[in-house]
Design a protein around this ligand. Structure first.
Ligand SMILES: CC(C)(COP(=O)(O)OP(=O)(O)OC[C@H]1O[C@@H](n2cnc3c(N)ncnc32)[C@H](O)[C@@H]1OP(=O)(O)O)[C@@H](O)C(=O)NCCC(=O)NCCS
Length: 315
């Protein structure tokens, strides 16, 4: 098994490996019904809804271009015949309480090539590079099935038990705090790196921020995102149409970075009030499992727990 840096020539092979994961291709009709269709019948956006930019060579190329130009890492594993059988993507950046962190953002080995060492080879190369770059942690959000794999590789520290929730905004909401806001894009990560990402942390805080800067024209550029700062709560926020929801569903996604952890419940109330006032019917976010008391007074309609795993690289 050979591991090497990925480049744009690899896009078709990377994409092929990811597409083999999708059991069926569907699209929603105007009336909300879901129909099964051929891949070729889907627009790029409809393909993207099945798993992001890796769902079509065009979007995968744009995404890989962003990633490589930003100096981040994408590696491929080749079998004995030089055929690409797997890919890993890693986003490195500062994370509060962890320091410089290499976060495995994407990892996929195509089904026929699994259990032959490709996944291990990719992660071990990533770990070696992260150590060379002075990273203190290697982290990931594993798919449930992949937890034993990461544990075999020593990526086994449970850093956060998170839960993704959807809040019904059409029910009465807890009173939001009075707070004035300064609307401005979060073009700089530095102020966020010193704060806790209390809401919306679905991967590493830096990965979350970075990926929203790598937008795809006509795909996720127009999510009506609003970003800004609340001096009263010392909080940065992002509110946008939830990334995979069709416009008709009026579901917002929320993220918040706060200096003082105890302000988390107020941050959530403010964002729920703002989303409701903007016309959204539901709010999707993620919080730590131990903070679920913040949801008191809200009607939660969906709840999906997930883990963030890590390995300390300082020893
Ligand atoms: C998870 C995945 C990347 C593993 O890749 P792989 O090439 O099959 O893994 P390897 O062959 O290198 O396995 C490395 C070790 O993990 C173990 N392992 C791999 N998958 C495992 C699983 N599902 N359960 C238990 N152990 C597993 C192997 O036995 C091996 O142990 P050993 O080296 O001590 O003998 C691959 O199954 C995959 O792409 N899955 C679908 C996408 C996915 O879940 N990606 C991760 C999302 S974060």
């Amino acid at each position: 098994m050979r591991v090497r840096g990925a480049h744009l020539d690899d896009v078709s092979a990377i994409c092929r490996a990811h597409l083999s994961e999708v059991p069926r291709w569907t699209r929603s009709r105007e009336n909300g019904e879901v129909e099964e269709v051929r891949y070729e019948e889907l627009t790029l956006f409809q393909r993207w809804l099945h798993g992001g930019p890796h769902m079509s060579p065009e979007l995968c190329a744009v995404h890989l271009n962003h990633l490589l130009l930003a100096g981040q890492t994408a590696l491929v594993a080749e079998d004995e015949e030089g055929r690409v059988v797997g890919e890993i993507e890693v986003i490195e950046g500062e994370v509060r309480d962890l320091g410089r962190t290499a976060h495995v953002s994407v990892l996929n080995v195509e089904a026929p090539a699994r259990r032959k060492g490709a996944g291990r080879a990719l992660v071990e190369e990533v770990e070696a590079r992260a150590r060379e770059n002075g990273c203190a942690w290697l982290t990931t959000r594993p798919a449930d099935d992949a937890v034993p794999f990461y544990e075999r590789l020593g990526i086994s520290r449970r850093l956060r038990r998170q839960v993704e929730v959807v809040i019904d905004l059409e029910r009465p909401l807890p009173e939001p705090p009075e707070a004035s806001e300064i609307v401005s894009p979060l073009d700089e990560y530095r102020p966020l790196s010193t704060r806790h990402m209390l809401l919306g942390c679905t991967q590493s805080p830096f990965q979350n921020w970075q990926l929203r800067r790598w937008t795809l024209a006509g795909i996720d550029e127009d999510l009506s995102a609003e970003e800004g700062y609340l001096p009263d709560l010392d909080m940065y926020y992002r509110l946008e149409r939830a990334i995979s929801s069709p416009p008709a569903r009026r579901e917002a996604g929320a993220c918040a970075w706060v200096g003082d952890r105890s302000l988390g419940p107020l941050a959530l109330r403010w964002l729920a009030g703002k989303a409701s006032g903007t016309g959204y019917a539901a709010l999707r976010t993620a919080i730590a499992e131990e903070e679920e008391a913040w949801l008191e007074g809200f009607q939660v309609t969906e709840r999906s727990p997930f883990l963030l795993l890590g390995k300390a690289l300082t020893t």
